[in-house]
Design a protein around this ligand. Structure first.
Ligand SMILES: NC(=O)C1=CN([C@@H]2O[C@H](COP(=O)(O)OP(=O)(O)OC[C@H]3O[C@@H](n4cnc5c(N)ncnc54)[C@H](O)[C@@H]3O)[C@@H](O)[C@H]2O)C=CC1
Ligand SMILES: O=C(O)[C@H]1O[C@H](OP(=O)(O)OP(=O)(O)OC[C@H]2O[C@@H](n3ccc(=O)[nH]c3=O)[C@H](O)[C@@H]2O)[C@H](O)[C@@H](O)[C@@H]1O
Length: 435
């Protein structure tokens, strides 16, 4: 099938590459000329494990092409994916300007029946708006389908190629047939395609992200309480996660959820509720708790140093909002960097993938280190912000020889308490006894 993907960011690139891999002819369209130039030259613009091989193979074999020209990109396409940004507007609601701009442009360009698929996360009612915008210029029949994306960064290829489910919102039988054909190679594992109306599909995406953000936040509050009553949140996670009604995943307490989606989607769902005269109270609590959780370790650092952080050298391991990505959007590390600098600290950072992105935001306010150990030289304390696997089993002897003080503030609970006690560290983690 000939496919166009408009918007070649994270989701667009994964969508385009994976559908090329299943044998389709894909053209990716983006307004960013620099990005398109690089992709044409065989350079992948994002770090995502497993994606580069697929990207290169499908580009080299001619199934994946790139253009900045919308008309050229959609020529002959039976389906057009919209994978455009939906950032929060000033009032917290999702800003639809990118989607509606492309929808307006598409109308006059359609030459035959086309299925326009909304892959972006958009508020309920957007497919109707997109339909209306395309209708203004369209002279041929078309359908607008809502097909939200549930992939996680870091495991995006796996999530896309073997989805737990595919949600498709459409009432059109003609569109259903096209969608079934498109997704058939991906749902062979027995995972379902779930058809529903467009509004329900749009709402499903927000419900999924808001539910997961709530699950994490609930555990973060349990962790906060654990610290006060002397319980261990990791044991509680195991104790409740084994109940199949609760499930083991997304129960890890830490320094709050970040990333490009949970924060903006929870906010957007709360806004949709208010617009419909409904106060979604849980969401307000989730947002407030997460805000506090992000810099939860800072008061402990301050307290440890007697409220005088001036001139203290702090090493920071991990900058990305989670491991296996270079994405720093809403990363807790950024908020911690700001707080530490404001308190007068000198911050030395290391992340295996995200340093370039942090440099473009934070500039030279921090010192970038070549490896995790370089950060530790004469550092007064170590702060852990992201659970990269290489931080789980460091060379503790080497650490001891470099650190000025054996103090770790761990936002991701990487180490066993007994191990830290034995090695004589002062160790602060989340929802566990302070060692
Ligand atoms: N990043 C993620 O893990 C996931 C994101 N989503 C949703 O997917 C949507 C896209 O997200 P990302 O891929 O992260 O966005 P992104 O910001 O990484 O990429 C969007 C791309 O669209 C391009 N663009 C903007 N205007 C354009 C236009 N008029 N024509 C062509 N291209 C244009 C930009 O240059 C950029 O390359 C959002 O609604 C997001 O909530 C959904 C699931 C996962
Ligand atoms: O809509 C989206 O963009 C995507 O948002 C999330 O995916 P992603 O943001 O890539 O990352 P997650 O793995 O969900 O992690 C989000 C945040 O929650 C935190 N988290 C996650 C799990 C956990 O147990 N505890 C926890 O604190 C992570 O550290 C991270 O900051 C969802 O998991 C995807 O299903 C969805 O498609």
């Amino acid at each position: 099938m000939k496919i166009a993907v408009v918007g070649t960011g994270y989701v667009g690139l994964v969508t385009g590459t994976c559908f090329a891999e299943t044998g389709n002819q894909v053209t990716c369209v983006d307004i960013d000329e620099n990005k398109i130039e690089k992709m044409r030259a065989g350079e992948i613009p994002i770090y995502e494990p497993g994606l580069e091989d697929l990207f290169l193979r499908n580009s080299n074999e001619g199934r994946l092409q790139f253009t900045t020209n919308l008309a050229e990109g959609i020529e002959g396409a039976k389906v057009i994916f919209l994978a455009l940004p939906t950032p929060p507007g000033e009032d917290g609601s999702a800003d639809l300007k990118y989607i509606l701009k492309v929808a307006n442009d598409l109308g006059p360009l359609l030459k035959d029946y086309t299925v326009i698929i909304d892959k972006s996360t958009v508020p309920v009612g957007t497919s109707e708006k997109v339909h209306a915008a395309i209708s203004k210029g369209a002279k041929v029949p078309f359908d607008v389908v809502s097909n939200p994306e549930f992939l996680r960064e870091g495991v995006a290829v796996e999530d896309f190629m073997k989805p737990d489910r595919v949600v498709i919102g459409t009432k059109s039988e003609r569109a259903k047939e096209v969608m079934n054909k498109l997704y058939a190679p991906l749902v062979r594992q027995g995972n379902p395609i779930i058809f529903m109306d467009e509004r329900s599909a749009e709402m499903t995406k927000y419900a999924a992200n808001a539910f997961l953000a709530t699950k994490i936040t609930f555990m973060n509050e349990i962790a906060n309480l654990c610290e006060l009553v002397g319980a261990n949140v990791d044991d509680i996670r195991k104790g409740i996660g084994t109940d199949s009604r609760i499930g083991k995943r997304f129960l890890f307490a830490g320094i709050g959820y970040g990333g490009s989606c949970f924060p903006k989607d929870v906010q957007a769902l709360a806004k949709t509720s208010l617009e419909n005269d409904y106060k979604f109270q849980i969401l307000d609590a989730v947002m407030n708790v997460n805000e506090q959780q992000k810099t939860k370790l800072i008061p402990a650092v301050q307290e440890f140093f007697g409220n005088n952080l001036k001139g203290k050298k702090i090493a920071m391991w991990g900058l990305a909002f989670k491991p296996y990505t270079d994405d720093i959007r809403e990363a807790p590390a950024l908020y911690n960097i700001d707080s530490l600098i404001e308190a007068g600290c000198e911050v030395h950072v290391y992340d295996p993938e995200a340093m370039k992105n942090v440099q473009s935001v934070v500039g030279n306010k921090v010192t970038y280190c070549k490896n995790p150990y370089e950060c530790l030289q004469d550092a007064d304390a170590l702060l852990i912000m992201t659970e990269w696997p290489q931080f789980r089993t460091p060379d503790f002897d080497k650490m001891e020889s470099l650190l000025k003080n054996k103090i770790i503030f761990d936002g991701r609970n990487l180490y066993e308490l007994d191990q830290m006690k034995e090695m004589g560290y002062t160790y602060y983690s989340i929802g566990r006894e302070r060692v």
